[in-house]
Ligand binder design. Structure first.
Ligand code: NAD
Length: 255
């Protein structure tokens, strides 16, 4: 498959899970990929895997909660790639999600951290990326949202607000810059079982069975399910898709 042959793409939040699977998928389809993450060990491992498989990738450090870090990381990755054709902004701080309780009790530190990384950080990335995409008069941005944005859950209000806000940012980018050749879309995963979740030991068989019982299907989601959608949206096949949220959730939430 060479749908992305020679495309220069940055994946932000790519040191593990869905972002790592997306890097591997994009590289398999021919893209040259920058693997950006706060977790440099993870980012280096993912980039090395791609290179060992004959692809092209390099790792770079980025912290979405730190504006200069975002600008520096984007500038150096664009220099290294020799330009930019697309981006997948996927990072989220999921360490605080278990404390994201409800509207009455959630600590403002948890709320602030969630919004800083999952929402403000995405605005910072968008600002840093856009000039490099606009210069080509074409380019694609895919954001990772979540089904939590629309699910109306009784828990994790900060996370849901951050992802809902992210969809609003995506629609703004699509409408403001579409006529200049930019398309922006969100992928909203349902529950996706990552290697890191498996190895954490927190996911018992009972929890997995419960998650599966909520899906009209035969298996849970994998990071590759999301990576395939991102690759399509970043490719020529996605050129006439703009301003949309794609639910990739095995049918857990139907719209
Ligand atoms: N796995 C799921 O079930 C699921 C469901 C819906 C949405 N999502 C979304 O998918 C995306 C990826 O999640 P995942 O499940 O692969 O988890 P993950 O923790 O493996 O991926 C998140 C990545 O973001 C990075 N990150 C965290 N804080 C950062 C910061 N300040 N700056 C830069 N990078 C930072 C992490 O190091 C990690 O590599 C997230 O946006 C998450 O909200 C996941």
């Amino acid at each position: 498959m060479s749908r992305l042959e020679g495309q220069r793409i940055i994946v932000i939040g790519a040191g593990s899970g869905i972002g790592a699977a997306t890097v591997r998928r994009l590289a398999r389809e021919g893209a040259r990929v920058c693997v950006a993450d706060i977790n440099m060990e993870g980012a280096r491992t993912v980039a090395q895997d791609v290179c060992d498989s004959g692809g092209e990738a390099h790792a770079i450090a980025i912290d979405l909660a730190d504006a200069p870090s975002v600008t520096d990381a984007v500038t150096s990755s664009v220099e290294r790639l020799g330009g930019l054709d697309g981006a997948h902004i996927n990072a989220a701080d999921l360490r605080v999600i278990m404390e994201d309780s409800d509207a009455q009790t959630v600590s403002l530190d948890v709320f602030d951290r969630t919004i800083d990384v999952n929402l403000k950080g995405h605005l910072l990335c968008t600002r840093a990326l856009l000039p490099h995409l606009l210069v080509n008069k074409r380019g694609a941005i895919v954001y990772t949202s979540s089904s939590a944005a629309d699910a109306g859950e009784p828990v994790r209000p900060s996370y849901a607000m951050s992802k809902s806000g992210l969809n609003a940012l995506m629609r703004h980018v699509a409408s403001c810059y579409g006529a200049q050749g930019i398309n922006a879309n969100s992928v909203a995963p349902g529950f996706v079982l990552t290697d890191e979740m498996e190895s954490s030991g927190h996911l018992t068989d009972d929890i997995k069975d419960y998650m599966l019982s909520r899906i009209p299907g035969t298996r849970l989601g994998s990071p590759d399910d999301i990576a395939g959608m991102v690759a399509m949206l970043l490719s020529e096949d996605g050129r006439w898709i703009n301003g949309q949220v794609f639910n990739v959730n095995g049918g857990a939430l139907m719209r």
